[in-house]
Structure formats: C-alpha cells, structure tokens
Design a protein around this ligand. Structure first.
Ligand SMILES: Nc1ncnc2c1ncn2[C@@H]1O[C@H](COP(=O)(O)OP(=O)(O)OP(=O)(O)O)[C@@H](O)[C@H]1O
Length: 345
C-alpha cells in the first residue's frame, strides 16, 4: 500500500479510514459539505485530526504525538485555481520544487522544461502567469506539482474552474500524467471518475459510503449519492468517423468534436431523459437504436426509470403504462446523436 489513512475530526463530524495502492488514482466524490476538502487538508498537513494515523510509502505523516510538516510529506496539492507564483516565469514556477529540494539551478531548469513538455506547455516557458489562460495556467500548475516528484498527488476539482471548451484537453493531459501515479482527485463530474480514476470513494456526512471500481459503483449504487451519479448512461469503446463502436459491435452516432481522432478509446455519455422507449424497432429516423431487455422499472413521481443492460431511460409513467413495460420485455431504446457526448479516455 502507498497510503494508509485514518482520521477523526469530531468538530466536523469526520471519521474516515481508507487505503490507496501504489500507482492507484482515486476519485473522491460526495455532496457539498461531505468532507472531501477536510480529507485533503488532513493529508496535505493543513488540518490536524483529533486522532488517527497516516503513513505514505512507510513514512508516518501523523500519529499520536507525531506530525510531519506539510512541505516534508512528499504530497503535492493542486487546487481548483492554478495559484502560480505571479512574480516568477512559468519555467521558474516549475523549477521551484526541484530548487527547494536542493537541485542546482541549471538541472532544475532542465527538469522544468521536461515537465512542461509532459503537459504540452513547452512553448509557455518564458511567459508570466498573468498572461496565461485558465487552461494553460492549470497545465503549468500540474507540471509544477509533478516536478516536485510527489509520492502522492492531490487534485481538488482541477477542471472545475476551466472553460467547458478547454476542460477536455486538460482532462486528457491529466489522464496521461496520472497513469501509474498515486493520486486522489476530488471531482463532482462522473466523467472524471470514469476516465481518470481506477476507483471511486464516496463520502457523505463525514463517512465513506461507497468504495470500489467506478463502473461497479455506478452499476450497483448503494448510496443515494451514487445512485444520483449513476443517472447517466455510459458506453465505452473506440471512436469511429461519426461516433463510437463498443467492443460488442454496437455503433453509436454522436455529435462529434471535429478534431476527435478515430480509433481512440472513448466513452459516450447520454442522459436517461434523452432516451425514448419503443416496443417495435423505430425506422426511418436519424436516431441510435439499441435492442435491450428490461431488467427493472422504478417509479418516482410522474416518471419511470426503465433499466436495461446497464442503460436507463426516464420516461413518463403514463407512457410506461401505455407501452406495458415489464422486466424481461425486449424493447428498443433510441437516442438522438445530438444528445450523445463523446469523451476520449
Ligand atoms: N474551517 C472549517 N471550520 C469548521 N468546520 C468546517 C471548516 N471547513 C469545513 N467545515 C465543516 O466540515 C464539514 C466538511 O466540509 P468540507 O469542506 O470538507 O466538505 P466538502 O466535501 O469539501 O464540500 P464542498 O464540495 O462543498 O467543497 C462540513 O460540515 C463543513 O461545514
């Protein structure tokens, strides 16, 4: 194990215990006020728990009387905003960690150039932080965090402050640099959990309520929070000219980003509300049609969720009754391509 963590902070009703394997990335999710920032603060050494202990790669971070100072923990914390040092150039920002660790100036600069290349920001080396866009600054912040060679990387909603148009690029970069790294990423976005993490840990009311592989937690949610997250349809496969093909051969047309390359691993996401249910295969429409078998129906208010083969449709209860839907029935789900979003994995 890379990290073993227990902490109690009664003033915040926080009582959490979990472990992280070496090279594993966890998505930490939960509603507002659940305790996600508390967990990161305790790990980063910004908040002292009343009791508990934590070790990282065999090093004690805290225990009864022991308390390691934040800068000696080997943990880098990346916040929502890049928080670069405004008076230093991009290169000097990234070289800061190695310099603090005693690396000579020219070697530290060389390191910094290497990390900037790693995050596709080599051309920004001589810029000042004030001249960077949000996405550029966040890439530099990632390079700065990695240049310190942390044993554990903490990312607090790293995409939340970014424009929706640049978030996918930064997400792809993160996916690349997080590969094989011990990291905890706080996110509210299930797409991040699916694409960036090996495992999802859900906290609610200062306690862990779910912990497991992201797919499994979504398919069999045990907490109301996870059930809410599971309210999206996800299909994985490879990109094609006009969408996605699953390993089982299902073709899904999507409204595609024009620069999306074909043949890449990707996930398609669409809302259950965008799915229509039919008894007979619909013809002559530009929709995606999937033949499925109903596994379960759930009524809530005037609407019914129809679950089938890991997908779900949300339709009015009146139309569910009209279609005479029952578990075991073979039906067709259809969704317009404009409702399907594709994310590279
Ligand atoms: N500085 C503080 N002092 C006292 N209590 C705090 C402090 N910060 C947070 N809390 C309390 O601790 C609990 C956990 O909050 P925390 O900020 O860790 O949640 P979170 O999951 O990060 O929420 P969000 O998604 O809103 O950032 C909440 O009840 C909150 O009110």
């Amino acid at each position: 194990m890379s990290l073993d963590f227990t902490a109690r902070v009664p003033a915040r009703d926080f009582d959490v215990r979990f472990s992280l394997a070496t090279g594993e990335t966890i998505a930490l999710m939960g509603p507002n006020g659940a305790g996600k920032s508390t967990l990161l603060s305790v790990l980063a050494g910004l908040l002292r728990p009343d009791c508990g202990s934590a070790t990282l790669d065999g090093k004690t971070l805290y225990d009864d009387g022991e308390w390691l100072a934040p800068h000696t923990r080997g943990i880098a914390l990346l916040a929502q905003d890049a928080l670069l040092f405004p008076h230093l150039s991009v290169l000097e920002n990234v070289a800061f960690g190695p310099r603090c660790a005693g690396v000579p100036r020219s070697a530290a600069r060389k390191e910094a150039h290497r990390w900037l290349r790693e995050v596709d920001a080599a051309d920004l080396a001589h810029r000042r932080p004030v001249s960077l866009s949000g996405g550029q600054a966040q890439r530099v912040a990632v390079a700065r965090a990695l240049a310190a060679e942390p044993a554990l990387l903490l990312l607090d909603e790293p995409l939340a402050a970014l424009d929706i148009s640049v978030a996918p690029m930064v997400r792809r970069m993160l996916r690349r640099v997080l590969e094989g790294r011990s990291a905890i990423i706080v996110t509210h976005d299930i797409v991040d959990a699916l694409l960036l993490a090996d495992r999802v840990v859900i906290v609610d009311g200062g306690r862990i309520v779910e912990d497991g592989p992201t797919r499994l937690v979504l398919e069999r949610p045990r907490s109301s929070f996870a059930a809410g997250l599971a309210g999206v349809n996800l299909m994985t496969g490879t990109t094609t000219r006009d969408g996605l093909r699953t390993p089982g051969g299902v073709q899904l047309a999507a409204l595609r980003d024009r620069d999306l390359p074909a043949g890449e691993e990707a996930a398609a996401v669409f809302s259950p509300r965008a799915v229509a249910v039919h008894r007979l295969r619909p013809t002559g429409s530009p929709r995606n049609v999937l033949a499925v078998t109903i596994t379960d129906l759930e009524q809530h208010g005037g609407r019914t969720t129809v679950r089938a083969d890991h997908l779900s449709a949300e339709i009015t209860t009146a139309s569910a009754a009209e279609l005479d839907l029952l578990p075991g029935a073979e039906v067709y789900f259809s969704v317009k391509s404009a409702e399907v979003e594709i994310y590279l994995r």
